[in-house]
Design a protein around this ligand. Structure first.
Ligand SMILES: NC(=O)C1=CN([C@@H]2O[C@H](COP(=O)(O)OP(=O)(O)OC[C@H]3O[C@@H](n4cnc5c(N)ncnc54)[C@H](OP(=O)(O)O)[C@@H]3O)[C@@H](O)[C@H]2O)C=CC1
Ligand SMILES: O=C(O)CCC(=O)C(=O)O
Ligand SMILES: [Mg+2]
Length: 740
């Protein structure tokens, strides 16, 4: 028999800092039960290094953790704990490369405008690292995200603060009414496996192959949609004028990380429309500076400010003029003057809209005060859900975390389903003409008329993942006795194909006595919110994008953060991947850690993921010790919540490291108290005693480490020794753990 093994991922930013402290505890505990916990580096820096071995010395070379893990997800024994990682925008990628170079790693610069074949090859390799490059590779299963009962109960007992929603709030969601992906989408299900390509036929008949091999399986859904450049820019111009007239902040909400090809382009148009006068007047200079507007206003501002005084003055004055004449922009960081249009990866719709809704419809203005906002979400595929939520809050007031129902999600995600697998089939079109998907005999499956600058996008959805998703939805509805709604729009081409499959595959299951509906997303949202306000739970069964959006939206309203979610990916081949929480890598937390030596990251997501990972392992290998570890960990988690031992927010209070200590204490106590396995009991009794006896001393040592700046020796590729020291400052705790 293979030894039971868990792979724990090493990622970036706050979750990776937490790992320096937590992993040690986890390994000490699991070792005692014969379970090994190994690590796999899938951090941004690690992925860069793995992709350029020939630029590195033998000692610098690393293994390709992501490729290894991707292969593992296909095996039944897979048991992976996946922490959130950076999905890098171009500015972040460049910063990581620069840092690695400064540390002596000779990785090449990122050639934004490749001049020759060699540079093109480097850019293509970096393309594999860019954006959401990890999750789609590992997600060989659909997604089951929900708040654990103990977590929901805690949130009801200790409701977080909510902003007030005024009936006359001027906040609103704005979306396009035509020319978007929604309006143009065409979709079909192919009956037989077919080999296709995507090509652009220009007006004069010249054919350019955009993607030459696109294999479709029998029963696979393929979509083709276009975002019109003209319609998008017109929409932005209209909304900029509207925000000014309505006297509200202007904000844009996209997902440039996961939609790494389409959304940076859409972001770039917003920047060039907002600063239209600057682009009209200084076009040549901006070209000379090699400004890529898709990287945001921040990049442009930095290059402009670096100009010699004589060249700089005119353009700086015109930028200031724009800021004066246009509506005020919502701010990402008002202290530092970072606007919503500065960096494409700063405003990620799933993480930017929910806090706005939680905070009474307000975003930050340049003066650091909250204001109403016009939230631009250009495409209609998903804007309606946020619109429905905003309007519901205007009508009925803020939601109440003390009483509100829960919205677990079953999300279609496996095998790069839908938009989140579309990067290699998304293109900014060079001229006017037609983009078509044709088979090898030349038969056209789908076609779209395009104009220069339009964004063409094709998406795939395989049949097996849809079957698995329907099965998961039925099983969650059955197990939890909760109504389930499929959020699907029969008027959207892609959804109509999915609905046909859902209707068909629901028949494979016993749905007797279950309440399962299919509703258009905005209607589904309204119906769900009505139930939420009555304290009732409703499972949302959604496609990949709404999975992402809703598992931040509802958790942030219900629990204040999506970090506390249970996030399970039952892999289609029998393994398990356990994601920690539903949120990201919290860059703000790293800044606080660097400045104040305080880490407010809440590892509850990791604790919960470890629990289900051990449970899966216990069941799979019939391993009683692993089951005992899982049960006692569950008890420890409940005590952490009950006794309020989660991280607070400020220096002098318990932080991430303190909460890890309490995890060790409560877990050891629970293991020492159980009698099912005497060997484990004997093993943990001395540790439980040592930690119990030294509680005050350990807390003192942990608190003493706070309140001063921490030198991490790097941001993307920090220094192992420095961070280990900073994250494990209690000699007493370290000694106790070392002794078992
Ligand atoms: N699964 C994955 O790998 C995911 C990765 N990402 C990536 O993460 C990066 C940052 O994304 P961003 O959208 O800013 O979202 P984050 O979730 O990192 O940050 C948003 C806010 O959520 C709160 N938060 C998130 N996690 C925790 C936690 N464990 N404990 C306490 N609070 C938490 C914090 O709010 P507060 O101010 O209250 O502390 C934080 O500032 C991006 O690169 C993004 O692509 C994003 C989502 C998922
Ligand atoms: O992969 C990413 O970039 C983010 C994933 C995400 O936001 C999610 O799955 O909720
Ligand atoms: Mg998300």
């Amino acid at each position: 028999m293979t030894t039971p093994k868990i792979i724990y991922t090493l990622t970036d930013e706050a979750p990776s800092l937490a790992t320096y402290s937590l992993l040690h505890i986890i390994q000490a505990f699991t070792k005692a039960a014969g379970v090994t916990v190994e690590t796999s580096d899938i951090s941004l820096a690690g992925r860069i290094l793995a992709n350029f071995p020939e630029h590195l010395s033998a000692a610098q070379k690393v293994t390709d953790g992501l490729a290894e893990l991707g292969a593992l997800t296909l095996k039944p024994e897979a048991n992976i704990i996946k922490l959130p990682n950076i999905s890098a925008s171009v500015p972040q990628l460049k910063a990581a490369i620069k840092e690695l170079q400064s540390q002596g790693y000779k990785v090449p610069d990122f050639p934004e405008n490749p001049q020759n074949e060699a540079e093109k090859e480097i850019k293509a390799r970096y393309g594999k690292v860019l954006g959401s490059a990890v999750n789609p590779v590992l997600r060989e299963g659909n997604s089951d995200r929900r708040a654990a009962a103990s977590v929901k109960q805690y949130a009801r007992k200790h409701p977080h603060r909510m902003g007030k929603w005024a009936a006359n709030s001027r906040t609103r969601v704005a979306h396009m009414s035509s020319g978007d992906f929604y309006g143009s989408e065409r979709s079909m299900t192919v009956p037989e496996a077919v080999s296709t390509r995507i090509e652009f036929v220009s007006k004069d008949g010249k054919v350019t192959v955009l993607k030459d091999k696109l294999a479709l399986q029998a029963g696979e859904i393929i979509d083709a949609a276009v975002m019109s450049r003209r319609a998008l820019r017109k929409f932005y111009a209209e909304q900029i004028a509207a925000a000014k007239k309505e006297d509200v902040l202007l904000s844009l909400h996209l997902k440039a990380t996961m939609m790494k090809v389409s959304d940076p382009i859409m972001f770039g148009h917003a920047v060039s429309v907002f600063f239209k006068n600057v682009f009209d007047k200084h076009g040549d200079l901006l070209k000379e500076l090699k400004i890529n507007v898709n990287n945001g206003f921040g990049d442009m501002e930095a290059k402009v400010l670096a100009l010699p005084e004589a060249k700089r003055a005119g353009i700086v004055a015109d930028i200031a003029d724009c800021f004066r004449n246009q509506p005020p922009l919502a701010m990402v960081n008002s202290d530092k003057g970072i606007t919503n249009l500065h960096v494409p990866s700063d405003v990620i719709v799933d993480a930017s809209m929910p806090p706005m809704i939680r905070d009474g419809g307000k975003m930050w203005g340049a003066d650091g005060k909250p204001y109403d906002t016009l939230a631009m979400i250009p495409d209609r595929c998903y804007a309606g859900v946020y619109d429905a939520t905003v309007e519901d809050c205007k009508k009925n007031g803020a939601l109440d975390p003390a009483t509100m129902g829960s919205v677990p999600n079953v999300g279609l995600m496996a095998q790069k389903a839908e938009e989140y697998g579309s990067h290699d089939k998304t293109f900014e079109i060079a001229g006017d003409g037609v983009v078509r998907i044709v088979d090898t005999s030349g038969k056209v499956l789908l076609a779209q008329n395009v104009e220069q600058g339009d964004i063409f996008r094709a998406c795939q959805t395989k049949d097996a993942p849809v079957q698995d998703w329907v099965k998961l939805a039925v099983s969650r509805a059955r197990l939890s006795g909760t109504p389930a709604i499929f959020w699907l729009d029969k008027n959207r081409a892609h959804d109509a194909q999915i609905i046909a499959k859902v209707d068909r595959y629901l028949k494979d299951h016993d749905t007797n006595g279950l309440d399962i509906k299919i509703m258009e997303p905005a209607d589904a949202c309204r119906a769900t919110l009505t139930r939420v306000r009555q304290g009732k739970d409703t499972i949302s069964v959604t496609g990949n994008v709404l999975r992402d959006y809703l598992t931040d939206l509802f958790p942030i309203l219900e629990l204040n953060t999506s970090a506390k979610m249970l996030s399970i990916v039952p892999l289609m081949n029998g393994g398990g991947m356990f994601e920690t929480g539903a949120g990201g890598s919290a860059p703000k937390h790293v800044q606080q850690f660097q400045q104040e030596g305080y880490l407010r990251w809440d590892s509850l997501g990791e604790f919960l993921a470890l629990g289900v990972s051990l449970e899966h392992l216990g069941q799979k290998f019939n391993n009683v010790k692993a089951q005992i570890l899982a049960e006692t960990l569950d008890q420890a988690n409940a005590r952490i919540l009950d006794n309020n031992k989660s991280p607070a927010r400020k220096v002098g209070e318990i932080d991430n490291r303190g909460s890890h200590f309490y995890l060790a204490l409560y877990w050891a106590q629970a293991l020492a108290a159980q009698t099912r396995d005497k060997e484990i009991q004997a093993r943990f009794t001395p540790l439980a005693k040592a930690l119990t006896d030294n509680e005050a001393k350990i807390n003192e040592e942990l608190l003493a480490a706070q309140g001063k700046p921490v030198d991490m020796g790097g941001y993307y590729h920090p220094d192992f020794g420095k961070i280990s020291k900073a994250m494990r400052p209690s000699a007493t705790l370290n000694a106790a753990l070392g002794a078992i």
